[in-house]
Each structure stands twice: as structure tokens, then as C-alpha cells.
Design a binder for this molecule. Sequence first.
Ligand code: ZN
Length: 358
Amino acid sequence: MMHHSLRRLEISKPRNLHSRVPVVSDEEEDEDLVDPSYSLNDSLTSLRINDHDTLSDEDNNEPERSQESWSSGRQSTPRDNSERNIIKSLPKIHYGGHFLYEGKKVLLNNTCNLDSIQQLLYYLYKTHDATQQFIRNHYASLTQNSANLIAIFKNFDSENWAVVRTITLLKMLKMPVADPGLPLNIYGSEERFLHSICNLVPIQQITDCPNRRCDIPKIVTLFPMKDLVISDPSSISDILSVNNKSIKCPLCDSKYTEQRYSWTQYGSPPFFCFPIAHGDNSVSGEVDLPLNYDVLGTQFTLFGYTVHDHDHYTGVVLWQKKRYVYDGNPGGPSPIIRNHTPFPSSHRVSCVLLKKTE
Ligand SMILES: [Zn+2]
């Protein structure tokens, strides 16, 4: 069960957890990390930013990542929601569009799966102070893609969709473009996008193999947005068990190998996100999604999820005890946010977004 749940982990190659998605190597130093045209806060640009997208166990000598960057201690301020519904009033990303590649406009097809997850993260960023503070602190101390994420959200605010696309596809997904003259089909980009920001939420897998000659690493850092793919969301606290479980060693097959999971030394992040396994044994229609989750001893509440039926993706967000559906391509020219009505059972959940219970 465990190895199905963490099927992306190649335990024998801890440096290469990117197993499924061809990505341009992001281990190279990227000098062009912060482009002022993204209108980032100038005061932040002088901070050192490391690209730790490929943060592995070996180079996991955590740099100057402060304790505060994980638990800001800042409480969410009560918001006056009587005036308006912030979910309904926030900008919505438009389906399709283009991005700039070597100065050329590349038109985009099948953006709905990327749009839906970005829109949900934007809602979380705009409504959950702890998440916003966390991503900002993370940017200041750790990763380039946190900076890119902040830039994306700023350009959501100002509805500069072409800039959102360019940052996402060029900077974060490093999307290969065979022919800039042809529209680019980016179907499948939800997964690529989650991979690009997966180091926002790391966990540790701790393995004790009784075979002293076994080389299995005792502690491996995993990234649930990339490494955890489950078919039954209600089993997450069992899969990520904080108690030792006896397994067969994945490397040497020794019985009585003990394995458990924990947060890293920085504690629990304010949000959690994981993809749902596709396939026949998936039980993940939206009715299967619990509202509350215990993840490594931390309580989380369902904030949103992406849903698909055949080829169209939408995003559902929970707000003040109601659900709303973002649909970037509802048949008309503009994206909509509408009141949720239950999807037919043919719809499957693709990705789940949780926020820490307050
Ligand atoms: Zn072993």
C-alpha cells in the first residue's frame, strides 16, 4: 500500500525524484532570477535566492531558512465579509491566451487544467494570511519559484494574463516549444505546475533498515505535491503515518524495516496539496473528499480541488460554508465563478488543496 501511495519515489536514486516529467534541468544557476518587469517588490530583489527546485536529501543542508518562514506566528486577521464576497470579486484567469517565447507570441490550447489549479492557489493566497506570509518568507529565504509564484499572483491582481502565462510557462514549467508559430497544447500542466512549486511543502520519510549493510538513506525529503499520489484522500493520515510501520526494505528487501513520516525541522506549512491518482481504482469523486484531514498530526481543512470530466478541468473553492466553481472556459468568452452544484459521478478530482485549520 505504501509503495503504491508513494509511487514516484525512487528510493535508490534519492537525487532524482523527478521521474515522470521531462523537465529542463533546473539545477543550473539561473542568473535571471528576478525580472523587475514582474513588478516584484524592489526591496526583495536584493535578497539571495537559491534555486532549490531539486532539493534532494544530499543538498538538503537547509540554507538560511528561518523558523519564522514556516510558522509565522501571524494570526489571520478577521475579515469583514459583509460587504462583498471576495471569492466572487477576485480576478479570474482567462482561458487560452499566449505567452512570449523568444519575443514571439505563442498561442496556447487546453489551458484549463493549469488555470484551475492556479486560480485555486490564488484564492488561497488572497484569503489566507498565513499562506501569503509563508510564501513570501519562503521567497525571501529559499526558492526562485516562490518568487515566480508571487509574481504570478501580482499579475492576477492586475489581470496581466500574458505575463502570468510567460512566467508560468517560461520560468516555472520551462515548457519546451518546438515551433513558436504553432499553438502550444499545454494539457497536463497541472502536474508540471505542482512539481515546480513542490518544495514549498516538504515532508520527511524516516526508514530504519535492520540490515547494517543496506544503503537505504535513513531520512529522505519528499514533496507531497510531486511524490504523494493517492487514490483515497481519506487515507492520508494512515499513509503518512507518524508511527513506525513495519515494511520490507525497498532497497534490500529486509523484513522488519521500520518506516514513518514527519514534517521537516521547520514544522508544518499553512497549506497542503496533493494530486489524486488517476485510474480505475481511484475512489476520488468529489463526494469522497473529507472536509477535515489529519496530516502528520496537523489538522487541515478542505479549501479547494480541481475536477475534470474527460478533457475539461474546473476548480472548486470552499468559502464561508459554500462551494463555488471556477470555470475558465464555460462556453462563453469569459471565465466564470458560479455557485457549485454537485458534479455527475463521471467527474474525478485531480488535485486537493488544504489549509491549516484555524
Ligand atoms: Zn535495507
